[in-house]
Ligand binder design. Structure first.
Ligand code: ZN
Length: 391
């Protein structure tokens, strides 16, 4: 017997329905959505008990498209608003990769409570543990093992060694392990290409931090930056030859841009870069509150949208944000971008990431909208999001 979930309003993200639907109902059976629409209409079509959620705006479960769970113990321990190099120094002064499993479980639970349905996590040293923790949560996920540095054995002989084998992740049916590159300046072109080739071969998404801060430009163009000195000192890089290209053209020339690549941050981009990304079919993941916390500037969200780029949002880790709720990014963007509409803003954490991750992870394709055939995973749109949009 189906159940009808009734809400005073819904943001169904479903092209067959209005962007905001008053007195809405979602018909659910066995964890799946059978139908969605105006309550009176649904009531006439479907028998079953009604669960009235009251004066809320019901929306699909959200995606957090970029997070670093292994750094969840670093909340409140990094500099704010001073720029990338002071921030990374404050980060490197901490026990960076000491994943705190109890803390990660608590953060996953908190995300589920806030209506997150899917998480894209990056782990530099703990991908297998993060993948197992994600598999034991109720969330859909991709757990990226991040490649950093240059190609070293055994990766040189066997690129598949980049990808941790996590049985629970494969068995749960909600996610996958994959491989990401850290950034163009910290990871050799050869290693990035090997990681991307492995993702292509296995039908997996690839992720790369790209065009986040001004030091990235000066390292790539001239091989100069106090941050580069720091990377060499810490042993991430041994010797460096500047490729002499800006981030987006370099990523393009390395063959890293395509429809299964997620470009994280994309703050320091110009019109040509945006056109290149649009042409590649790539998706960008903006992390506006993290960029603000670190003090690296703002990504041109509206220019990406105008160019037809698929745009998602991520919180980044608790080393550069106050919480892992993607609605915080939506509220922040709505405040800073007056021309951003509510439905367009909600798509950044629902429809758009479902389109990107759904290409390679079937479970993700079943999120993103309130429509027949999708999973019955919901979120409630927070009041500050509604108040900041002039719908
Ligand atoms: Zn990140």
């Amino acid at each position: 017997m189906p159940e009808l979930f009734r809400a005073a309003q819904a943001a169904p993200m479903n092209p067959a329905l209005p962007p905001l639907l008053a007195d809405a109902a979602v018909v659910v059976e066995g964890g799946d959505i059978l139908d969605a629409g105006e309550f009176g209409h649904m009531r006439a079509l479907h028998a079953g008990p009604v669960r009235d959620l009251g004066e809320v705006t019901l929306a699909p479960a959200t995606f957090n498209s970029h997070v670093h769970l292994e750094m969840s113990h670093l909340l409140g321990l990094t500099t704010q608003g001073q720029g990338f190099v002071p921030w990374v120094k404050s980060l490197l002064a901490q026990p960076l990769y000491e994943l705190d499993a109890a803390r990660v479980r608590a953060e996953l639970f908190r995300m589920e409570q806030k209506g997150v349905g899917f998480v894209a996590d990056i782990s530099t040293r703990n991908a297998a543990r993060a993948g197992a923790l994600l598999a034991s949560s109720g969330l859909g996920f991709v757990s990226f093992a991040e490649a950093i540095g240059s190609v070293v054995p055994p990766v040189a002989e066997d690129p598949a060694s980049l990808l941790p084998v996590v049985e629970e992740a494969a068995a749960c049916g909600r996610g996958a392990m994959s491989v990401a590159g850290h950034a163009l300046y910290s990871t050799s072109g050869e290693l990035l290409q090997a990681a991307k080739a492995l993702c292509r071969e296995r039908g997996l998404p690839f992720s790369l931090h790209l065009a986040e801060h001004a030091d990235e430009d000066s390292i790539l163009l001239r091989g100069e930056s106090p941050f580069l000195d720091l990377l060499i000192q810490r042993g991430y890089i041994t010797g460096y030859t500047a490729p002499g290209k800006r981030p987006v053209p370099l990523a393009r020339d390395l063959g890293l841009l395509d429809a299964d690549t997620l470009l994280v941050h994309s703050v320091r981009v110009d019109g040509d870069d945006i056109a290149d990304i649009a042409k590649s079919g790539g998706t960008v993941c903006l992390c506006p509150r993290s960029n603000e916390h670190i003090g690296v500037g703002r990504a041109p969200a509206m220019a990406f949208l105008r160019a037809g780029v698929n745009v998602c949002l991520g919180t980044d880790g608790l080393c550069s944000n106050a919480d892992l709720n993607p609605y915080g990014e939506v509220a922040w963007l709505l405040e800073k971008e007056p021309s951003l509409g509510l439905a367009q803003a909600l798509a950044l954490v629902t429809l758009n990431p479902a389109r990107f991750f759904g290409r390679t992870i079937p479970w993700a394709a079943r999120l993103g909208s309130l429509a027949g055939g999708k999973l019955a995973r919901f979120s409630i749109v927070p009041r500050d999001v509604l108040e900041r949009s002039d719908h």
